[in-house]
Each structure stands twice: as C-alpha cells, then as structure tokens.
Design a protein around this ligand. Structure first.
Ligand SMILES: Nc1ncnc2c1ncn2[C@@H]1O[C@H](COP(=O)(O)OP(=O)(O)O)[C@@H](O)[C@H]1O
Ligand SMILES: [Mg+2]
Length: 249
C-alpha cells in the first residue's frame, strides 16, 4: 500500500515539459532488440532474446504465447516497471532508457493505463478508492471533475452498487472489472493489459473487449494486450506470438 502510493506520488514532478500529442501515423510504442534476463542465484535466465515490434496510434495488438514465455515481462518493460537488460523502448517518442525513474513514473501516471494479471487492487481501500487512485496526482480541481469520471467508470463496468465494498468482498470477475476501470480512469493514451479477461467467461470477456474497442475508437487509445483466449484474436489488428524469447513470424 505505502509502496503503491509512493509510486504514484513519484509522478508529481512539476518540471516536466510534456509530450508531443501529435503522434499521427507514428509509433506510440517502439521496441528494438529488447532483451531481458533474470539472475537467479548464479544462473541467469534469458526470458526475452531480442524482441522488435511497434504499436501505432489507435492500434489494437494482442500478445499470445505459452505460459512463462515472457508476456508479462514484456508488458512490464514497456510500462517502465522494470528495466531491460539490453535494447531500446520508446514510448510516445521518448526513450525510456534515457529517463530517470521518476520521469518514467510521471509518464506512466499520465499516459499509460496498466491492467495487471493479478489485479493489484489495494485491499485496505474501497472499490471507489481503488479506481480513484490514479487521479491522486492531479490538482484538486481536476480531482473534483475526477469524481464524475469515477462514477462514469462504475457505470461502465456495471458495479455501481459495489463501490463501497473492499476488493476481497468482490468476485474475481468484479475485481477484474475494477482493475480495468482503474487503468482507464485517467484517460491514458496507451493501455497495457495483461490478460484482462482471464477471470471472465467468454460472454463477459467479449463485453469487456467491446468496451475497450469503444474507448479505443473514441479516444484514439492504443492497446497492447496479452490474452490466452484464441476466440479474441480475430478482434486484434495484429497478433504477436511470443515463444522461446522471440516473436515468431
Ligand atoms: N522477477 C523475476 N525474477 C526471476 N524470474 C522471473 C521474474 N519474473 C518472471 N520471471 C521468469 O521469467 C519467465 C517469464 O515470466 P512471465 O513474463 O511472467 O511469463 P508469461 O507472462 O508469459 O507467463 C518465467 O520463467 C518466470 O519464472
Ligand atoms: Mg503473465
């Protein structure tokens, strides 16, 4: 909890000059020769072995691959939640490798929505407070407007009557919808979604994808989403198949 708030507060960096919003036709995310190894004692496990791809404005790209192939690792790296071993990641035209941590936190707070595979909802907070969390970094004026936005998000996910509940009082599917609302409440430009329908049946999963598609078209949101469900792939503009540390042709 403290850690999470610290992460969010790290985003309060006033000296930052902002981003070029006019990214038409260019890459929202560009990943070049990305490598990631984890050191486990004296051995090193190479999870990503040279990944290249890009995500353009408004594009919906899905990532599939066997369990353990590094899909979550890839999303965490793009979000700047972890640093690569080698290679380059650019987000909205800025290279993450050249940014200090707090600048990356700021970028994430302002521009990126992240849906974690295991939600990462804060158990001490109500559903409402969990969704409100990304708005804490904004001025009080914006936060007042935020109240409307949060209510809209609860409408959208159909959990109006659950907003005062704690996450553990909600079903897996409801927690998942909450995590989706939290990822979108600050109108991000990029959504990174790690199996956001993993705990939903196909009908509810499709409803969530309809919703993401709607928001994508309305707000020019660009989406990179990991999924296990082959039924969903036909809805993607492009599918990346991750295996043995590489994107397969
Ligand atoms: N923080 C970590 N430390 C060590 N190994 C990790 C860490 N995170 C992931 N791994 C390992 O990296 C591999 C890829 O993990 P992950 O990205 O979660 O795969 P996926 O999401 O495709 O199932 C796995 O073998 C996992 O055990
Ligand atoms: Mg994963």
């Amino acid at each position: 909890m403290k850690e999470d708030l610290k992460l969010i507060n790290k985003g309060r960096w006033r000296g930052y000059s902002g981003y070029n919003r006019n990214m038409n036709g260019s890459n929202i995310v560009k990943v070049e020769n990305l490598k990631k190894s984890y050191e486990m004692g004296r051995t090193s496990v190479e999870v990503l072995k040279g990944i290249d791809f890009s995500l353009s404005l408004g594009e919906f790209v899905m990532v599939v691959g066997p369990s353990g192939s590094g899909k979550s690792t890839l999303l965490h790296l793009v979000a700047g939640l972890d640093r690569p071993t080698e290679g380059k990641i650019s987000v909205l035209g800025k290279s993450l490798g050249e940014m200090p941590d707090r600048q990356i936190s700021f970028l994430r707070n302002q521009k990126i929505g992240f849906i974690f595979q295991f939600y990462h909802l804060l158990p001490e907070l109500t559903a409402y407070e969990n969704v409100a969390l990304p708005l804490l970094v904004y001025s009080s004026e914006k936060r007042v407007k935020g109240h409307r936005k949060i209510e809209d998000m609860f409408d959208m996910i159909g959990l109006n009557n659950r907003s005062m509940h704690r996450p553990q009082e909600l079903s897996g599917g409801e927690q998942q919808r909450l995590a989706i609302a939290r990822a979108l409440v600050h109108d991000p430009e990029i959504l990174l979604a790690d199996e956001p329908t993993g705990n939903l049946d196909t009908a509810n999963g499709n409803a969530i994808l309809d919703l993401l598609d709607q928001i994508r078209k309305k707000n020019h949101l660009s989406i990179l989403m990991v999924t296990h469900n082959p039924d969903f792939l036909k809805r993607a503009d492009r599918v990346l198949y991750l295996k043995d540390g590489k994107i397969q042709a």
